[in-house]
Write a protein that binds this ligand. Structure first.
Ligand code: ZN
Length: 604
């Protein structure tokens, strides 16, 4: 981006929910000093944190330009850019409408129940003036449904009361689009974590929400993370933080930002006052806390410590990085670890989560074909565009990346007799690349710098580790690495249980194969993902009874399978095999040492 001149006037937007039932935002954008050759505007094609081209501009339904009360011609340059005709004098104003009906954390959503938007969906970028101040007037919709709405965002207020409608300001475009905004009648509570106010905002109907418990648990998680990155100063990198949460019947997702996160969760995952005395952490609540922990950890890891190719982002095209195993994988490693370090969950619950992650990595043969470096690089076309063949073709840089974090952690702790750990590597990354990122000196970190830093901090030569597990596809020797820490690793897969080695999904009352594992019984018998199973040895298969039917057979038996492929009935002979789903359990033995990853390393 261009260096700002001292007097660059602010870019001004207004945004209002114009027609809640039609899901339309109306946006105006005024540029005081448009480019002489004709101002160009562009909407991002993707949103940072979610690595897929989404073409947000397809939701702009009407757009026009004017200056001094006169229409100005707009030419479409490409799928997400427009150029206005040159304006001799005065400001240039765009008026446009954005259709907002994507109930996710990645885009925008508007109806009578609430409004949510990311700047990437609604704010056109003024090319060449990205470094100017960007001011947004967030206006209350005229619809009576919005009469009592409030505003939740980490965007700094300019002329607005906290939670009120009015003007908000960002120092530049990059900051403007990094503060999602929620409007509605949400539940709200505030707690302080090491002196910094944190808002928890819950939109959507949640009867008997136990906000006090949520605040207490999030406070523990946030304080643990602040102290993780700044063990001495215990200083958070932002002035305030907002958890924007939308509770729905069934949903899960989160997206990180520099001073907030947007989350979607299932209503049932949130704690209820009806069970306020019961301090057990349900699986759903643990998942929600894990999600909060994950997005919060990104405040440091990816929002400030960044791959060099994200500094700055190019919002019009794919930004390829081979490092998502570090930015997403290590964040996934620490999200659950922080839950146990902060005391929110107990050690056995943590080991159960870890066992599940290991099993999911070992499940698919894709792990033998794609490295996490390649998985990171190809996130745009592969991880984010998974199809039925994904288990056979790709590996997740989240799950395997988190196990790489564990393997590094155990390796460094073992070699340094517990003096150093992965924590020290994260701290060095923070120190050199993260802390001052928004002070205008941030340039991100390159893959070569990451590798050199691992060697330097650990005092080891880790090149072969990178070759085998990051650029290569070898399985991590976790059983061997865990043993010195008194953690026993066992695989209790039910190899005597007869199986097709395929994933099945429900399709109404039908049993539809959602994935067929390469080399497994279904594959060898000729079945394909998408086939609808009709009968096994003449007995009808429905959405839920396949395991039951197969339980009357032994591994090695052959069965006749009738299945529909499209609308054609086909017959297959399938030789049943033992279940190949890994069942990883981790257990502490009595002689465990105190240097395990559950605690910070001795040097800290
Ligand atoms: Zn993440």
């Amino acid at each position: 981006m261009k260096k700002p001149t001292r007097n660059t006037p602010a870019i001004n937007y207004t945004i209002v929910g114009k027609d809640l039932a039609a899901h339309l935002f109306e946006v105006t954008l005024t540029v005081a000093d448009p480019a002489a050759e004709g101002q160009v505007f562009a909407l991002p094609a993707w949103i940072p944190g979610s690595y897929m081209i989404r073409e947000f501009s397809r939701n702009i339904v009407r757009i026009r330009a004017e200056s001094n009360g006169q229409p100005v011609a707009l030419i479409k340059l490409d799928k997400h850019s427009w150029q206005a005709a040159p304006v001799k004098q005065g400001a240039l104003t765009l008026h446009y409408e954005v259709y907002a009906w994507d109930l996710s954390v990645r885009a925008a959503h508007l109806d009578q129940t609430h409004a949510f938007f990311n700047g990437t969906s609604v704010f056109l970028r003024v090319l060449g003036q990205e470094d100017a101040q960007h001011v947004v007037d967030i206006q209350r919709p005229a619809d009576p449904a919005a009469a009592t709405w409030r505003v939740a965002t980490a965007l700094p207020e300019l002329k607005a009361k906290r939670y009120g409608f009015g003007t908000y300001a960002a120092a530049n475009y990059d900051e403007l689009i990094d503060h999602p905004v929620e409007l509605g009648d949400f539940a709200l509570a505030t707690f302080k974590a090491h002196g910094i106010p944190h808002d928890i905002v819950i939109s959507g109907r949640v009867p008997n929400l136990d906000m006090a418990r949520l605040c207490a648990d999030l406070k523990s998680i946030c304080e643990t993370q602040i102290a993780f990155f700044e063990p001495k100063a215990k200083k958070a990198p932002m002035d305030r933080y907002v958890f924007l949460t939308l509770a729905v019947g069934d949903g899960y997702g989160g997206l990180e930002h520099r001073a907030s996160t947007a989350l979607i969760c299932s209503r049932a995952d949130l704690p209820t006052l009806a069970k306020a005395k019961d301090k057990d952490v349900s699986d759903g609540y643990m998942q929600f806390l894990g999600l909060c922990s994950h997005e919060y950890f990104h405040t440091w890891n990816v929002k400030r410590i960044k791959p060099a190719v994200f500094a700055p982002y190019d919002l019009q095209v794919e930004n390829y990085s081979p490092l998502l195993w570090l930015f997403e994988g290590f964040t996934s490693y620490y999200d659950d670890l922080i839950l146990v370090r902060s005391g929110v969950i107990a050690e056995p619950a943590y080991f159960k989560l870890l066992g599940k992650t290991i099993a999911s990595v070992l499940r698919g043969s894709g792990r033998t074909k794609q490295s996490v470096a390649d998985s990171s690089f190809d996130a745009w076309g592969k991880y984010y565009r998974q199809d039925e063949n994904a288990p056979n073709a790709i590996i997740s840089y989240y799950t395997k990346g988190s196990l790489i974090g564990l393997a590094f952690d155990l390796t460094i702790r073992a070699k340094t007799a517990g003096k150093k750990s992965l924590d020290d590597v994260m701290l060095a990354l923070w120190d050199r690349y993260g802390r001052d990122f928004y002070k205008g000196v941030g340039r991100g970190v390159t893959p070569a710098e990451v590798e050199a830093l691992f060697d330097e901090i650990s005092g080891m030569r880790l090149k072969s580790f990178f070759e085998k597990y990051i650029r290569g596809t070898e399985d991590l020797p976790l059983a061997k690495l865990l043993a010195p820490f008194g953690i026993k690793y066992s695989d209790e897969r039910k190899s005597s249980k007869p199986s097709f080695d395929a994933n099945v999904g429900r399709d109404g009352n039908d049993c539809k194969l959602s994935a067929v594992h390469e080399g497994g019984a279904a594959h060898k018998g000729g079945l394909s993902a998408g086939d609808v199973l009709v009968a096994v040895d003449g007995l009808r298969v429905n959405a839920t009874n396949l395991d039951n039917l197969l339980s009357r057979y032994a591994v090695g038996d052959s069965v006749e399978v009738h299945a529909f492929r499209r609308d054609e009935l086909m017959t297959f002979k399938v030789k049943l095999q033992g279940d190949r789903v890994p069942g990883i359990t981790l257990a502490l033995d009595a002689a465990r040492k105190k240097t395990g990853p559950l605690r910070p390393s001795a040097a800290r």
